[in-house]
Design a protein around this ligand. Structure first.
Ligand SMILES: Nc1ncnc2c1ncn2[C@@H]1O[C@H](COP(=O)(O)OP(=O)(O)O)[C@@H](O)[C@H]1O
Ligand SMILES: O=C(O)[C@@H](O)C(=O)COP(=O)(O)O
Length: 425
């Protein structure tokens, strides 16, 4: 294994696994496997990039640090020479963490400073200018992310936001330096390290900027960012002859299907509305769930009754209703109860024969994937930017784990079709 990725959630892990498997157009990518948690056994020798999915984005800081260091240890033992800490392209975190504390702990363990921190993912409209993060044409703090149920993003100056989470000062490499080339970026990172910075926010608004950052990162032990930061990394290993350029065959999975949505993002809520126009949907009664009165049996009956017509089960709601529920029951308690409900539902659905499953939401996907005990997933073709088909499990289950914010309006129906049909990539 050449490259090891520690991802702070499951949808983010799939996102970066997809980027590494694709590589740059015409060059091919790496042989990638996505692991669900830190594996207990050695990796297959064919794997060039191992992506460990953790569910640490919203966990207590100490847990996130401990689990990330355990992931680093395993990846080191597989022979990795470079490590990426993958977080969200909307920099999902709170003033306490977890991006800063995890990144500094990894940097300390690897003995490095002047580490790239770049959440940019231009394909889906996330760009960084003078250390400020934009979502399309809006500052992050003016996007729907300011209402996120767990990590409301209320400051677009991610250097300032990150500095609240870190021990060391946070540096900046701006667009002017990035556009001067990878040599200029390396010098700027060295200068920031000499000034005591562990984390250095790097501007990027085009894929070309990310390719430059990727080239600058050749030989660096640690890189941090969204999946965009991985765009240029396979090329470094291909150039040095350490990787061969992977082309993977993929064939679809035929079988019963279901869609589970726990994301409350504006994108997911719109996708649910689009899906509802032609397919059966079931809204979960959260008050009943909180009172322990929501029966998984009723959800299974709904899914079975609508088999073949893409049944969708969701908890997603608008910011006002989310706020009401969180005030009434507590933010953590609602998240924990819904995670548990989606986990039990997914397990029962798979036991009842479902073999194509689409899940919306990072926390929700984490709860579902952990419940299914899948260990490792192989990466299939991309459904929409940032969302690949994933295949795993003894019974061969096809999954689409969608970030709340990703995907076209008709994502749900399209994803189920692609999980079935498959295609060569
Ligand atoms: N109706 C609701 N009210 C309050 N919280 C909710 C509701 N539905 C889902 N949630 C919580 O919102 C969070 C959504 O996070 P996540 O699944 O990561 O989606 P995203 O990918 O949009 O961040 C989860 O913790 C989930 O339990
Ligand atoms: O970087 C991204 O935006 C995604 O890869 C990601 O991390 C997804 O997180 P959720 O939106 O919480 O699913």
């Amino acid at each position: 294994m050449l490259l090891g990725v520690i991802a702070d959630d499951f949808t983010g892990a799939g996102d970066i696994a997809n980027t590494l498997a694709k590589g740059l157009p015409g060059q091919g990518g790496l042989v990638v496997t996505q692991y669900l948690g830190v594996p207990k056994v050695k990796a297959d020798r064919s794997v060039e990039a191992g992506v460990i999915s953790l569910k640490t984005r919203s966990s207590p800081v100490e847990d996130a640090v401990e689990q990330s260091l355990a992931a680093l240890e395993w990846l080191r033992n597989q022979g990795c020479e470079q490590f990426v800490f993958k977080y969200c392209s909307t920099f999902d975190s709170t003033p306490e963490g977890n991006i800063g504390p995890v990144a500094e702990a990894l940097a300390t363990a690897l003995g490095v400073k002047g580490v790239i921190a770049c959440p940019a993912f231009p394909t889906v409209g996330r760009t960084v200018h003078q250390g400020h993060l934009f979502v399309q044409d809006r500052l992050l703090s003016e996007s729907s992310m300011r209402h996120h149920p767990l990590t409301p993003m209320t400051d677009s100056d991610i250097r300032r936001w990150l500095a609240q989470q870190t021990r060391d000062p946070v540096g900046l490499v701006n667009t002017e330096i990035v556009r001067s080339g990878s040599g200029a970026v390396r010098s700027a990172l060295d200068a920031a390290a000499a000034d005591g910075a562990t984390m250095v926010i790097c501007d990027a608004s085009l894929d070309d900027d990310l390719v430059t950052l990727g080239r600058a990162a050749a030989g660096h032990r640690l890189i941090t960012g969204g999946s965009g930061i991985a765009i240029g990394l396979p090329a470094n290993f291909l150039r040095s002859g350490k990787a061969a350029g992977a082309v993977t065959a993929f064939c679809g999975v035929d079988g019963p299907e279901a869609i589970l949505a726990g994301s409350c993002s504006a994108t997911t809520r719109h996708q649910i509305a689009v899906h509802a126009a032609g397919h059966p949907i079931m809204a979960l009664d959260i008050d009943a769930a909180m009172a322990g009165r929501l029966d998984v049996g009723a959800i299974l009956e709904f899914a079975a009754a609508h088999r073949g017509n893409a049944p969708l089960i969701y908890s997603s709601d608008d910011p006002l209703e989310v706020e009401r529920l969180q005030k009434r029951y507590g933010r953590e308690k609602v998240a924990e109860t819904l995670d548990d409900l989606f986990a039990r539902t997914a397990r029962s659905l798979v036991e009842s024969g479902v073999s194509r499953l689409v899940v919306a939401g990072g926390e929700t996907s984490g709860a579902v994937a952990q419940a299914l005990d899948l260990d490792a997933l192989s990466i299939g073709p991309e459904i929409d930017p940032g969302v690949p088909i994933l295949i795993g499990g003894k019974g061969r289950i096809a999954l689409a784990l969608k970030s709340g914010n990703f995907g076209a309006p008709d994502f749900f129906a399209k994803a189920l079709k692609q999980l079935q049909q498959g295609q060569m990539k």
